[in-house]
Design a protein around this ligand. Structure first.
Ligand code: ADP
Length: 622
């Protein structure tokens, strides 16, 4: 500090120092800058240290600001300026940075008017700079918000005299209404006429109660289009004269459309479920009814009752006594699906409903299980019919058994006396034929013939009754062997009549060998018996299906009229009298019985005059 400074100047400098500013002085003659003690607080170096090193001061100035500071100094030296004010950054000795406001003024001139001395001050303005930055940041944030929030943000002033105005409207108003921010007052004109009254009262109510305002309605644009909007505002400031509201308007047309679509979808589903001709109900996680079909109401006597929102266990308290069902519900809520063909449901009044049902979990869009869906069917009628059928079958089964028993016993026991009749007839013929006249011999011949036929009939009947009574073992049977044996049995007939029997390869199957041979023998015998004028051609083969074998015996015989296709499989039903073709009418009935014992069925395809194909199936697993 120069000692030659006048007294009052000294006092000023002291005063400034007390206020926290640094005072400096530049002497043009010595080219030296003097600093007051306060400089220590600014940059951590004492005035003496700065006095000793001319460049130290410059080193403290932020590199980006140094040029400006040097330019100002040069301008003083060149007499271009007499006064300055600038802001720059300086580094403290400890490395921290601060902003200073540096002011200076020339206070002495030489006789040529060139400056001799400048005196200046440095004020720490770091604090101000910081708040300026904060303000700038706030301003940027506000600008970004108002520009980017998908809605119109506004500030609305209401004055004590009842007038009001929009004090601020964000630029999005252009997108919303095609209006400039100062045209917001016109927005009122866009409010749909049907909403206007509601809109006005909503604002009045909110303002009167000083509660937040919220509104949802439509905007009607001059071109006739409609937008849905939501408005909300709050009272943010209030004085004697003014109330300030901050508000926002957003376009919710898209949401509305989506809501509408969702609503329509929901209605469709509701209608669909309601009218679906099945008992369906949907439950939430607590098993409360969400929706149920009309059929659900009618099947369970719920018509007229309110069940939606109520718990399933509340609607049907009896389920509380069925732990198995509650367990099903728990399992399905954990992700399982359950199906039961038949179950009984004991109702509170003691009646029993037979049900068939399926329970599935349903999932929310996030994949979590939201609850259950139940499909049920009251099958009381079906169960009743099934029971009746079972009992009828049982009855039928036992009477069939009795009948078979009877047929077996009768045919077995009849054989003995018949054998006697035929052997005595044969004796009669042998011993007395010569003594009897022609008529007597003819009678004996008829009697022998009759007893032979009766023998055949009794044998066939015996075989037929045995299929049912003798259970017979099921074993692996090579059908090639069986069929060859059967054909061999007819070799003499075949030799006599000519023609051929073609055997295609046959499989081995599970079955009863004796019965299967009877079956083929009967079919082959019929093919031979009912031959036509043409040379005999028989083909035997098999076709494989997934669960069964189908066998066929094809002939080129006389064929059968379609109307007899069923009848021929009934016992004793014949299409010919014994003068045309001999037979008992038991053969095909026996075949049918054998096939059925092997889990299959028998049928025929034929055309009179062209031949017949007898098909029968045998289940692969018995
Ligand atoms: P049966 O041969 O003893 O009369 P079946 O039960 O074997 O008794 O046959 C019933 C009827 O079916 C026969 O009377 C005959 O009219 C008809 N039938 C059976 N097989 C054939 C066939 N291969 N061709 C034409 N008709 C047949």
């Amino acid at each position: 500090m120069l000692s030659s400074t006048p007294w009052h100047e000294k006092r000023f400098r002291q005063a400034l120092s007390v206020l926290g500013d640094n005072v400096w002085e530049f002497d043009f003659q010595s080219g030296h800058t003097y600093f007051s003690e306060n400089i220590f607080g600014f940059i951590g170096y004492t005035a003496e240290e700065l006095d000793a090193d001319e460049d130290l001061w410059k080193k403290c100035i932020h590199a980006e600001d140094l040029a400006m500071v040097e330019t100002i100094a040069r301008h003083y030296l060149e007499g271009k300026i007499t006064q300055h004010e600038m802001e720059y950054r300086i580094f403290h000795k400890n490395g921290s940075l601060k902003w200073v406001m540096d002011r200076g003024v020339v206070i002495d001139y030489d006789e040529k008017g060139m400056p001799l001395r400048i005196i200046g001050t440095q004020t720490d303005i770091s604090e101000r700079k910081r708040s300026e930055q904060v303000m700038a940041e706030n301003e940027r944030r506000f600008r970004d918000l108002t520009q980017n929030v998908p809605g119109v943000i506004y500030e609305w002033h209401e004055y004590a005299d009842g007038t009001f105005k929009f004090n601020y409207v964000s630029p999005r108003i252009r997108e919303f209404f095609g209006l400039e921010p100062d045209g917001m007052d016109k927005v009122v004109e866009y409010i749909h006429p049907e909403d206007r009254e509601r809109w006005r009262t909503s604002i009045e109510e909110a303002n009167a109660n000083e509660t937040p305002w919220f509104f949802e309605g439509r905007l009607l644009y001059p071109d006739g289009s409609i937008k849905w909007w939501q408005g909300a505002s709050v009272l943010s400031f209030k004085s004697e004269t003014t109330k300030v509201y901050n508000g926002i308007m957003i376009d919710i047309t898209q949401n509305r459309k989506l809501e509408q679509v969702a609503k329509e979808k929901e209605e469709q589903i509701n209608l669909f479920v309601k009218h679906t001709p099945a008992a369906i109900a949907m439950f939430d996680h607590e098993l409360k009814y969400l929706i149920a079909s009309d059929r659900w109401y009618s099947d369970y006597g719920l018509v007229g009752q309110k069940i939606i929102g109520r718990s399933h266990y509340d609607v049907f308290p009896e389920i509380n006594d069925i732990p198995e069902w509650k367990e099903h519900h728990r399992l399905c809520l954990a992700g399982a699906s359950i199906k039961k063909e038949m179950d009984h449901f004991k109702r509170q009044d003691g009646t029993i409903d037979w049900l068939s049902y399926e329970i599935h979990p349903w999932r929310k869009s996030n994949g979590e299980i939201g609850g259950l869906i139940m499909f049920t069917e009251v099958i009381n009628d079906r169960v009743k019919a099934q029971r009746e059928l079972e009992s009828l079958n049982n009855q039928l089964g036992s009477s069939n058994k009795e009948l078979e028993q009877f047929a077996y016993v009768a045919s077995h026991d009849l054989q003995e006396p018949l054998r006697m009749v035929s052997s005595f007839l044969q004796l009669l013929q042998k011993k007395y034929a010569a003594n009897l006249d022609e008529t007597a011999n003819k009678y004996i011949h008829f009697a022998v013939d009759g007893s032979n036929r009766m023998k055949k009939l009794i044998n066939d009947l015996l075989q037929f009754s045995r299929v049912g009574t003798q259970s017979g073992e099921m074993e692996g049977v090579d059908l090639n062997r069986i069929v060859q044996q059967s054909v061999a049995g007819f070799q003499a007939d075949l030799d006599e009549m000519g023609g051929q029997v073609v055997l295609e390869p046959l499989p081995s199957i599970m079955g009863n060998a004796v019965q299967l041979e009877q079956l083929f023998r009967n079919l082959i015998s019929n093919a031979l018996k009912y031959k036509s004028e043409r040379p005999l051609a028989v083909r035997i083969g098999a076709m494989e299906e997934e669960e069964r074998w189908i066998f066929f015996v094809e002939d080129n015989g006389i064929g059968i009229d379609e109307k007899y296709f069923e009848k021929i499989f009934i016992i004793f039903q014949r299409l010919h009298n014994r003068n045309e073709f001999s037979g008992t009418g038991i053969g095909l009935a026996l075949c049918k019985k054998i096939v059925e014992r092997h889990g299959g069925s028998i049928w025929v395809r034929s055309k009179p005059g062209e031949g017949s194909v007898f098909y029968f199936s045998v289940a692969k697993t018995l």
